[in-house]
Write a protein that binds this ligand. Structure first.
Ligand code: FMN
Length: 131
């Protein structure tokens, strides 16, 4: 919702009273943001996108977050599977002025447990160690 009330209110309060308050509280003490999503028709899940959209609030400028990382899974094995999300991710890094902490991309993840048959969990662990 682009009412922009948060831009006009003193404490950047959002008029939507929901669980986003909890996320704002976590962002206020985080130095890094890790976002994770399945690929849904070449995009992020609608749920994650809804959260990202709620950073249309000047409160984001008060967060100490410096870095972002991205975890994605998709069922297909196409080389271009993650292209559109990666493009959006890079543009958002730039827009939010965040450093890229890396990404883990998993193709061929159709069913529960498929990720365990790949190197992705080790990759994610190493990513976490490196930041
Ligand atoms: C609505 C929907 C759209 C999807 N679109 C894609 C897609 O474009 N490419 C792909 O490889 N997999 C696609 N998938 C498969 C999911 O990315 C994959 O099954 C993933 O492991 C699902 O994760 P989840 O159980 O957390 O939703 C789609 C699945 C759903 C439900």
């Amino acid at each position: 919702m682009g009412c922009n009330a948060c831009f006009k209110s003193k404490e950047n309060v959002c008029v939507q009273k929901d669980d986003m308050t909890l996320i704002y509280e976590k962002m206020a003490v985080a130095d890094m943001l890790v976002i994770a999503s399945p690929v849904y028709f070449y995009g992020l899940s609608a749920q994650l996108k809804a959260v990202i959209d709620r950073f249309h609030n000047p409160i984001r400028d008060t967060f100490p977050v410096k870095k972002m990382a991205l975890l994605l899974v998709g069922a297909a094995t196409l080389p271009e599977l993650f292209d559109s999300i990666l493009a959006q991710y890079r543009l958002c890094l730039n827009f939010f002025n965040l450093e890229d902490a890396g990404h883990v991309l998993v193709r061929g993840a159709k069913d529960k447990g498929d990720v365990c048959n790949t190197d992705a969990l080790d990759e994610a662990f190493r990513l976490g160690q490196g930041v």
